[in-house]
Ligand binder design. Structure first.
Ligand code: ADP
Ligand code: MG
Length: 244
């Protein structure tokens, strides 16, 4: 068996008294794309954030490429460099142009020179059809373009893993497709991804596996064909009937 890129092993997380993740296990192989689905409050974002330690889990182990995410060898910023996250809200700096937005962390946090960061930045922007917008400001861009910049920013440090948390949820419907097309392209390039999404069509098309979270438990995980076609658990069925 290929060693997993992400290995979540019986992970439990409480917020105060509230049990939010209950002995969750999920293994994601290199180049694999796993979509997390489930109702609001089921723990999807928390699970994603535990992987790059924006949230610290309480019990169990999470390994990135074999190394526990709380291992001191990652240092302060090493983990977020290797497991980059993109959120629903793009969080671009309004007073900085696109190229400055995406080169800021590589230069300030990860020690790249301006020339090195800007070369990489221009490459990534070009790849996403944003080459002409390097000196534009966020407010001059559509939501879809801003989200493409946010994805470009996440890729600046050449992460091993991309974590995506409902990245199309805030977009107007006509802008969703352009962002999903970029994610599809990253999958075709072999990026390992863990994707929280409500876009079931996209999950069906792009995921190698889909995991259904319910009340902090992965109730069911399978190929998209099987999970959407013949869900085994009544709660999975009920969720899918509501959402599709
Ligand atoms: P989802 O992404 O599936 O909607 P979340 O992971 O955001 O679910 O939340 C799971 C549960 O944890 C919810 O009950 C939520 O209210 C709670 N929760 C999430 N983040 C925090 C936090 N920082 N402090 C306290 N409770 C939280
Ligand atoms: Mg969430």
């Amino acid at each position: 068996m290929i060693p997993p890129m992400i290995d979540i092993d019986t992970v439990t997380k409480y917020f105060g008294e509230k049990l939010v993740l209950d002995r969750v296990s999920l293994r994601i192989a290199p180049h694999e794309v796993v979509c997390l689905i489930g109702a609001s409050g089921s723990g999807k974002s928390t699970l994603l954030r535990c992987v790059n330690r924006l949230v610290a889990h309480d019990y169990g182990t999470i390994r990135l490429d074999g190394v526990p995410v709380d291992d001191p060898s990652f240092g302060k910023t090493g983990l977020q460099k290797r497991a980059a996250i993109v959120f629903q809200s793009y969080n671009l700096f309004a007073h900085m142009n696109v190229l400055d937005n995406i080169t800021l962390a590589p230069r300030r946090v990860h020690g790249q020179s301006r020339a090195e960061a800007e070369d990489r930045g221009r490459d990534v922007l070009a790849r996403f059809g944003m080459a002409g917008f390097a000196t534009s400001y966020p407010e001059q861009l559509s939501g879809g373009q801003q989200q493409r910049v946010a994805i470009a920013r996440a890729l600046m440090t050449r992460p091993d893993v991309l974590l995506l948390d409902e990245i199309t949820a805030a977009l107007d419907p006509e802008l969703v497709g352009e962002v999903l097309a970029i994610i599809r392209g990253l999958k075709d390039d072999g990026m390992t991804m863990m994707i929280v999404t409500h876009e079931m069509g996209f999950a069906r098309d792009c995921a190698d596996r889909v995991a259904f979270l319910d009340g902090g438990v992965i109730l069911e995980q399978d190929t998209p064909d099987r999970l959407f076609g013949t869900p085994q658990e009544p709660r999975t069925k009920a969720f899918l009937q509501r959402i599709i």
